[in-house]
Design a protein around this ligand. Structure first.
Ligand code: PMP
Length: 338
């Protein structure tokens, strides 16, 4: 018989899928690592379980304990799966920019969810950083995960995601392109791949409103780079410990509008129903196309599943309200109204 002993054993070993229509102007083989195939529908299952297991072995998380995290949703889902199988309580602190679907899904899998305002300074007592820390201080037998600075996050990708990509490409990968939030994915995968072959180039996808690109290029943490943006999952107004700038060759920034449009294109032109940061990654890859040549093997990573964004980037009214979808584009419903 061939079966997993619990749902956590099904994490990882996600497929690598060639991009066709969207890569038609790119002179290289472009392969997507599609992480929505994980049981929680995102790459975050990998690092969530690794962080829990490392905390258990360090004695930070004890039987009957409470896991607390400030999470944008996907890490919460991974932690929820771990908490269910291992018997912990989970409290997720989330900001109000995140999609309603993400919050509903977290509650569906048994997490308690606390929603905080987005547009306050990280040091403000209402920010989700501050609220999560306070809950961790006040709830007995609790453990604050801190995916930004918890290095088990990047370690999960060094141990799993990086080796999978190396093996699936038979070591022929030349470039890795990926959105950066906590930095766990780019740093863990990037470190592994560079150890295997230092010539592999590692590119990060950043958003307008985030500090990463400027910091990488100048070493200056420029607060003028920080302003509200719409793209979900990538970009930060802090420098998480999980971002290892030494393994990153460069960043490119993608606009909110392009990220949203390319999220839809990815679904409709490739049949890959992935999330908003995947759209940003595809657009970033296209922006970088002059760096690739015919014999190159470029791997781009898609962090999560599109179902979490059906009321946002996949919704025509939401897109039009933000000026992301031109009024000249007519759907069948518009034609009926005429
Ligand atoms: N995309 C999505 C949808 C995410 O949830 C995250 C995590 N914040 C990322 C991209 C960025 O991944 P990482 O945190 O590993 O840099």
């Amino acid at each position: 018989m061939n079966y997993a002993k619990n749902i956590l054993e099904t994490i990882g070993h996600t497929p690598l899928v060639q991009l066709n229509a969207l890569a038609k102007d790119i002179d290289a083989l472009v392969l997507a690592k599609v992480e929505s195939f994980n049981p929680g529908n995102s790459i975050k299952d990998r690092m969530a379980v690794k962080m829990i297991e490392d905390a258990e072995s360090k004695g930070l998380l004890n039987p009957g304990g409470t896991i607390i995290e400030g999470t944008s949703g996907n890490t919460g889902m991974g932690l929820a799966l771990g908490a269910i199988v291992k018997g912990y309580r989970l409290v997720c602190v989330i900001n109000d920019k995140q999609s309603k679907e993400k919050i509903d899904i977290l509650r569906a899998v048994g997490a308690e969810v606390v929603v905080c305002p987005t547009n306050v300074e990280p040091g403000d007592p209402r920010s989700y950083y501050s609220v999560s820390k306070r809950l961790a201080d006040e709830i007995p037998n609790s453990w604050y995960v801190n995916q930004y600075d918890n290095l088990s996050n990047a370690a999960a990708h060094y141990e799993q995601t990086g080796p999978e990509i190396w093996d699936q490409t038979d070591g022929r990968i030349t470039h890795f392109v990926v959105g950066v939030g906590t930095g766990g994915t780019i740093s863990g995968v990037g470190k592994y791949l560079k150890e295997k072959n230092p010539k592999i180039k590692i590119w990060g996808i950043d958003t307008y409103g985030s500090v990463f690109k400027k910091y990488h290029e100048t070493g200056v943490f420029d607060e003028n780079e920080i302003y509200p943006y719409i793209t979900e999952g990538i970009g930060e107004d802090i420098l998480p410990k999980n971002v290892d700038f030494d393994v990153i060759d460069g960043f490119t920034k993608v606009t909110d509008k392009d990220a949203a449009i390319y999220t839809r294109k990815l679904t409709r032109e490739e049949g890959i129903f992935a999330g908003n940061s995947a759209g940003a990654a595809v657009k970033g890859l296209i922006q970088l196309k002059e760096h690739f040549k015919k014999e190159d093997v470029v791997v781009v990573l898609f962090h999560d599943h599109g179902s979490r964004y059906v009321a946002k980037m996949f919704n025509d009214d939401w897109m039009r309200d933000r000026g992301f979808l031109g009024s000249e584009i007519k759907t069948a419903a518009d034609l009926v109204k005429i």
